[in-house]
Design a protein around this ligand. Structure first.
Ligand code: ACO
Ligand code: KIV
Ligand code: MG
Length: 639
């Protein structure tokens, strides 16, 4: 088997700058940095097929919409289309007054001149000039010593200054200047400071600039790139802190970071770099860029957001951002991409689902009391904040548990299953998902639910269908005495002393009467129930007695159809509100032959939903009874 070769012979460990009294580890990022999007420059230059100007325009508009105030739009001297894009922005009047257009140029006179031609007439422009300063670039790429490298930067800074003054006067443009000691993180930090000092001296020249709008701009942007990420983020933060402490006139410098992701730590490097004193971040939304990409601004912004700091970028519709990036760059977004990936708010595994479901319930309870602070297991932010619906939060496959399945039933059908029924239905879904080997969609789950509990119209009706019923109180009200119902654990609340319902048309004629049902529950009285039921398609009259409608109904099933079942568990809750309120009833029925194993495993669950609470209970009984008949393949007797 091939082995990785010995890396110690080939690779040299990074040598951190000594910074024994570093301050950044105790700092926190509690305000957003100035953001610059370089999607249209660094992002674009890394694509096999660079964006068309149409795509760039679409992307540009979206960046403005998100709230970027500084956007690097091109390397105008690179190509006619890069040049033309700047002109299109200008002619089209596309740039809002408060947005700064940034353009990149190397320290080459011809290319700097071309860059100014490209931006002529735009209102606010940042000219961004770069030259690499690290030892390997000095020696191998430029064949320059330290002094010559400084000279390259200084001479071309002077040219930028001269042209900026000219164009400000002739075109009314406001200029700012950004200088990047490219490969900063591989450059000796004290030398990078030396280069920047020389650049600053020649840009500011000891005086503030007064630009076309009369603004006095004294500040220069020093952009410190991790052109290639070569060290751990803490070492980068040390370099940034050392730079910030060493540069003179710190108040006249905006310290910007431009991290790449070669080691997968660009976000961490940018975050620690801000703790170390940086004011500004350059990156791309969703992290496209050279090699492993630029730092991902969505992740950085949403990380801040999750700590309670508004990033001043609007990612409330993150899916539309993903769409723009995918359509313009042609690159897919990983389903696990932080915040933006299709699966990042989704839990498949049972214990995660269980915790999330409980978390949502607890969160809703807190919110009802006015506490809206987000505190949910496994979900660092509310998915709704980035435009994600809760449907995506829990998805079911063979790794899922009862909690997640119950969550979906609750979301999709407004049915809040009792715990033991959740366990029972989980087994149904587990078998189906293992058989198919696939994810169970919400539709798969609700269909399985309707089939299992014979809910939802004729398609899934069971062998016995309730058509109508009448209940009658066998005692006068004067004879009523408060007592506990005989059903276990409790008799449901019958809805009236004399009720008659026809169920054939779907909606029953009677409506719930909460006061009387509560009263009846405390005053159970002998009752008689007669019902019309379809049994295997044949209409039958059945009748039974008991001290509540459900016990009457069970008595009728036993007496007239030979089906012997008793209630082990009963629960109910309201569904909806106002005049549309319905009752959902859940019963667990057990046959007399249930042995101890059956009892542990659970009996037969049923659910009924109706605007009449008695009808809902009777339907629940039939739902469970039909399950029992199917499972045990019972012949229905003609008693
Ligand atoms: C880290 C970054 O992302 S930097 C930005 C990188 N982006 C791009 O390169 C995209 C746009 N670039 C281009 O289209 C082209 O490279 C151009 C138009 C700028 C220049 O093209 P060419 O003149 O053909 O030069 P080419 O790219 O082959 O080589 C670069 C030359 O510029 C020099 N150079 C490279 N960077 C710089 C710089 N920042 N400042 C001054 N000179 C530089 C190199 O040393 C080399 O000089 P040499 O010809 O004397 O050896
Ligand atoms: C031009 C510079 C800022 C750059 O893109 C880099 O160093 O990665
Ligand atoms: Mg870059």
């Amino acid at each position: 088997m091939p082995m990785l070769s010995d890396p110690s012979k080939r690779y040299t460990p990074f040598q951190p700058v000594p910074l024994p009294n570093r301050q950044w580890p105790d700092k926190q990022n509690s305000k957003p940095p100035i953001w610059l999007s370089t999607d249209l420059r660094d992002g674009n230059q890394s694509l096999a097929n660079p964006m068309s100007n149409e795509q760039k325009m679409r992307f540009f508009r979206h960046l403005v919409q998100i709230g970027f105030k500084e956007i690097e739009v091109s390397y105008p001297a690179a190509s006619d289309s890069d040049f033309a894009f700047c002109r299109e922005l200008q002619y089209g009047g596309e740039v809002p007054d408060d947005v700064w257009i940034q353009v990149l140029t190397p320290a080459r006179a011809d290319l700097i001149k071309r860059t100014f031609e490209a931006v002529a007439g735009l209102k606010n422009v940042i000219i961004h000039m770069y030259n690499a300063t690290s030892c390997i670039f000095r020696e191998v790429v430029f064949n320059n010593n330290r002094e010559q490298t400084i000279q390259l930067a200084v001479e071309h800074t002077k040219l930028v200054r001269e042209l900026a003054e000219q164009y400000a006067a002739s075109h009314g443009t406001n200029f700012r200047y950004e200088y990047s000691p490219e490969t900063f993180s591989q450059t000796e930090t004290e030398y990078a400071v030396e280069v920047c000092e020389a650049v600053k001296k020649n840009w500011l020249g000891g005086k503030a600039s007064v630009w076309a709008d009369g603004r006095k701009e004294e500040r220069i942007i020093f952009n410190l790139p991790a052109t290639v990420e070569v060290c751990t983020p803490n070492c980068f933060a040390d370099q940034v802190e050392l730079f910030c402490r060493s540069i003179s006139e710190r108040e006249k410098c905006i310290i910007s970071l431009h991290t790449h992701n070669d080691r997968g730590c660009a976000v961490a490097a940018a975050e620690l770099g801000c703790m170390a004193g940086a004011d500004r971040i350059e990156g791309t939304v969703l992290g496209n860029g050279e090699r492993t990409g630029n730092v991902d601004l969505v992740t950085l912004a949403m990380n801040l957001y999750s700590q309670g700091t508004h990033p001043q970028l609007d990612f409330s519709d993150l899916f539309s951002v993903v769409d723009t990036v995918v359509e313009c760059t042609g690159l897919p977004v990983h389903p696990r991409h932080p915040y933006a990936g299709e699966l990042v708010f989704t839990a498949f595994s049972g214990s995660h689902q269980d915790a999330i479901k409980k978390g949502f319930e607890a969160q809703a309870a807190r919110e009802r009391k006015g506490d809206v602070r987000w505190n949910l297991p496994y979900l660092p932010i509310d998915p709704a904040d980035v435009g994600c619906t809760y449907e995506a939060v829990i998805r079911v496959n063979s790794q899922s548990g009862k909690g997640g399945i119950a969550y979906i039933v609750k979301q999709a059908m407004a049915l809040d299953l009792p715990r033991r029924m959740q366990i029972s239905f989980y087994r149904v879904i587990q078998i189906r998902s293992e058989t198919s080997g696939k994810e169970m969609t919400t539709k798969d789950i609700t269909t399985a639910f309707r089939q299992t509990y014979h809910l939802g119209g004729s398609v899934y009706d069971g062998r016995i269908v309730l058509k109508s019923f009448t209940t009658m109180d066998l005692r006068t009200p004067a004879e009523s005495i408060p007592s506990t119902p005989d059903l276990s654990p409790s008799e449901p609340r019958p809805h009236s002393r004399m009720a008659s319902l026809s169920l054939s048309a779907g909606r029953p004629e009677a409506s719930p009467s909460p006061d009387r049902t509560a009263h009846d529950n405390l005053n159970p009285a002998p009752k008689r129930l007669t019902a019309k039921v379809l049994v295997d398609g044949k209409l039958r009259d059945i009748a039974g007695e008991g001290n509540g409608p459900l016990s009457c109904f069970l008595d009728a099933l036993n007496a007239d159809l030979g089906i012997q079942l008793s209630i082990r568990e009963y629960t109910e809750h309201a569904v909806g509100a106002g005049s549309d309120v319905k009752a959902a009833t859940y019963v667990e029925l057990i046959p007399p032959e249930a042995d101890s194993r059956d009892k542990t495993r659970g009996g037969f669950w049923g659910v009924g939903v109706d605007s009449d609470i008695t009808a809902s209970g009777l339907k629940a009984v039939l739902s469970a009874a039909n399950g029992y008949l199917d499972d045990k393949k019972i012949e229905i007797q003609d008693v």
